[in-house]
Write a protein that binds this ligand. Sequence first.
Ligand code: SF4
Ligand code: SF4
Length: 158
Amino acid sequence: MSKRGFWGGFWSLIVGLGVTLRASFRKNVTIQYPHVLVPVSPIYRGPVRLISEEVGGDHKCIGCLACQRICPTHAIPILTTKKNEENKNVPVDFVIDDALCCFCSLCVEVCPTVALEHSRIGDLAVEYQALLRREIMHDGTITSDNFPTSTGKSGGKS
Ligand code: SF4
Ligand code: SF4
């Protein structure tokens, strides 16, 4: 190696170490995901869920199927209904596939009883795509309104 090449390489090394040293004292711009989650924006739309205080709680769904019909990506693959003793439609099974959902909010807006809402769950990483298919109601009972996150935490949920 020529003398000039040696000093050129050495100078590059010094400059590189200087950049590293300066960056070591700056505030971090990265986070230790999934141990730390970023708070979501106030206008964030998370996975759609039935409005309910708790799993197994009351809901306002009347099984009109409007949400399933309007969904542009067929992200509600299962929404079955039956007639109750008053001959009214009631929902039985309700599945939302977040792998297909584009978070357009049409289902939330079209719902005549305001039974749906966007959650504020921001941690959407899962191990298997199948986990994105959520059965939110089974046999007329709300089974889950929580997203199965990779960490078990609800990122940014409020
Ligand atoms: S969630 Fe709303 S739009 Fe969908 S079936 Fe129930 S009542 Fe109808
Ligand atoms: S937010 Fe849009 S894409 Fe997602 S389930 Fe509702 S209508 Fe379908």
